[in-house]
Design a protein around this ligand. Structure first.
Ligand SMILES: *[C@@H]1O[C@H](CO)[C@@H](O)[C@H](O)[C@H]1NC(C)=O
Ligand SMILES: *[C@@H]1O[C@H](CO)[C@@H](O)[C@H](O)[C@H]1NC(C)=O
Ligand SMILES: *[C@@H]1O[C@H](CO)[C@@H](O)[C@H](O)[C@H]1NC(C)=O
Ligand SMILES: *[C@@H]1O[C@H](CO)[C@@H](O)[C@H](O)[C@H]1NC(C)=O
Ligand SMILES: *[C@@H]1O[C@H](CO)[C@@H](O)[C@H](O)[C@H]1NC(C)=O
Length: 477
């Protein structure tokens, strides 16, 4: 009984406290509104830009359940330089878009409410120490599409809440050690399209101080020939598109769920490439310029894989019958795999061994668009798949261009003789008929002994003439 009563008191108290905070929040809003109207105007509609198209767009958004104000300011495409901006941002500002301007440095802005700052598509070439230290609440910082090449140590000081950092399409190469160390809760880091990033030499985690708990890392087009990431870092997504990798790096975090290794220099996919990718659910091996073969067991270890794509790997012409492991062959104990979506769209594969049938039958999606399929008896099993693959026959000619599913089953036949045997048969037929014709002609010819002699008698103009050689010219005769 007593405990019930105390519970009631506690809950009553809680309600009261909640109400109080709500009231206080509202009071704060009411009181502040008058102060910041001028402040907002100063930023959104500056005197210098009156009646021009250069003023920013400011809009109210309600961001919190308390109905607190949050201001979103869009200053994109205004041709601003750093000197044009007032450095103290309005109260309640939540996001500021300064993309597509002509900023050649990052203005040292000040706000304790700004969550998102977009500086993409400017002309920033360097960051200085403490560049963002007055933006204490910043969560997302977009610096992509500039030409940032020089960063002072401490460029990211004072950003303990930053979760997303975009540095793509810049010129990062030599970076100060522990550059990213102040970013304690960084979750997403994008360094893609920094063509000289391979020269940085430093290890991302130990050298550059990237937050250990980073979950998404993008390193596309960084000229990487190799990469080592700590096996026990809890990274979830990694994109390594368009680098110079000849093998899938052997040492990658074990927790990876999504790996994009597209557009690299692998020629074959081997078992050791995927050996350590035990948790990967989405694997992209697309746009490979050199990949020709997927070898036996190359994909045998990725048990939890759900999505796999080889799309547009234009040289890929061989998929081993046991690429997904040998257990698929024994139909009695079909290995249950998680694979749901598989794409070979735009590759050069001509056929699939029927040992793959149990696997393909489980798929919810199988894309065979644009394959030069050899529709013979080896491939007739493909007609039975429950999903529409959009695969079309390329050979034999009489069903070229037809969907595998709509071509007649009996058109999927196999030549039991080799090609040269056909040639031989044709040749012997020709020879035989020539001989036949000769015999027939000979048979129909009038008999020499009977008719000819009668017509070509001695008195006939066709009579045989014997020309005697001149004895004088040939004295030896
Ligand atoms: C935002 O709303 C407040 C009142 O809630 C108003 O005073 C202010 O002018 C508005 N600002 C903009 C930019 O719409
Ligand atoms: C960008 O900055 C460079 C120097 O860092 C300068 O030469 C170039 O003119 C600038 N481009 C624009 C469009 O302002
Ligand atoms: C970085 O990549 C470039 C371009 O591929 C290459 O010339 C250079 O040698 C590489 N540098 C290092 C340190 O790997
Ligand atoms: C798998 O990872 C371990 C530990 O990093 C490494 O020693 C091994 O060489 C890797 N295996 C393959 C086949 O790459
Ligand atoms: C299909 O794979 C099995 C097992 O690897 C092999 O014995 C068979 O010859 C293959 N069939 C064709 C047509 O390649």
């Amino acid at each position: 009984m007593a405990s019930l009563k105390s519970l009631q008191i506690v809950s009553g108290l809680l309600t009261f406290v909640l109400l109080l905070t709500q009231l206080l929040a509202h009071a704060h809003v009411v009181q502040a509104e008058n102060i910041d109207a001028a402040d907002t105007d100063r930023f959104c509609y500056p005197e210098s830009s009156k009646n021009t198209r250069r003023s920013c767009e400011c809009s109210n958004v309600s961001a919190s359940p308390w109905g607190n104000r949050a201001l979103r300011i869009d200053c994109s495409y205004k041709d601003y330089r750093a000197a044009d901006l007032s450095l103290v941002l309005p109260l309640y500002i939540d996001s500021l878009d300064l993309s597509w301007n002509a900023l050649d440095s990052v203005p040292i802005l000040s706000s304790d409410s700004l969550h998102q700052l977009n500086l993409r598509h400017n002309n920033v070439s360097q960051l200085v120490a403490g560049n963002f230290k007055l933006l204490t609440s910043l969560r997302e910082l977009y610096l992509g599409w500039n030409s940032i090449g020089r960063l002072e140590a401490g460029s990211f000081d004072g950003l303990p809440h930053l979760q997303v950092l975009d540095l793509a399409h810049n010129n990062l190469h030599l970076l100060p050690g522990k550059l990213f160390a102040p970013l304690l809760v960084l979750g997403t880091l994008d360094i893609s399209w920094n063509r000289r990033f391979n020269e940085s030499g430093e290890d991302l985690y130990t050298g550059l101080g990237v937050n250990w708990k980073l979950s998404t890392l993008r390193l596309d087009a960084c000229s990487l020939g190799d990469l080592h990431l700590p096996v026990n870092a809890p990274l979830k997504e990694l994109s390594l598109r368009r680098n110079q990798l000849k093998r899938i790096p052997a040492q990658l975090p074990e927790t990876l769920l999504r790996l994009d290794i597209s557009d690299n220099l692998l020629e074959e996919l081997l078992p050791e490439d995927t050996f350590n990718l035990t948790q990967v659910r989405q694997l992209f091996i697309e746009d490979m310029p050199l990949l020709q073969r997927v070898m036996a067991n190359a994909l045998a270890h990725v048990d939890v894989l759900e999505t796999l794509s080889f799309q547009n790997s234009r040289q890929l012409s061989h998929l081993d019958a046991e690429a997904f492991g040998p257990t698929m062959t024994t139909s009695t104990s079909t290995k249950k795999t998680a694979l749901r979506s598989l794409s070979f769209r735009g590759t050069m594969l001509r056929t699939f061994n029927s040992t793959l049938a149990p696997l393909f039958t489980q798929l919810a999606e199988l894309d065979l668009n644009g394959l030069p399929l050899q529709c013979d008896c080896e491939l007739v099993w493909l007609k039975q798949l429950p999903v529409e693959t959009n695969g079309r026959c390329y050979k034999p000619n009489r069903i070229r261009g037809m969907l595998v599913t709509s071509a007649r089953g009996d058109a999927f036949s196999c030549d039991t003789w080799p090609r040269w045997a056909y040639g031989l048969v044709v040749l012997s037929l020709i020879a035989l008929s020539a001989a036949g014709i000769y015999l027939i002609v000979m048979g129909l010819r009038p008999h020499r002994g009977v008719t000819m002699r009668r017509k070509v008698g001695a008195g006939s103009p066709y009579a045989r003439v014997t020309i005697e050689p001149n004895r004088q010219e040939n004295p030896h005769y």
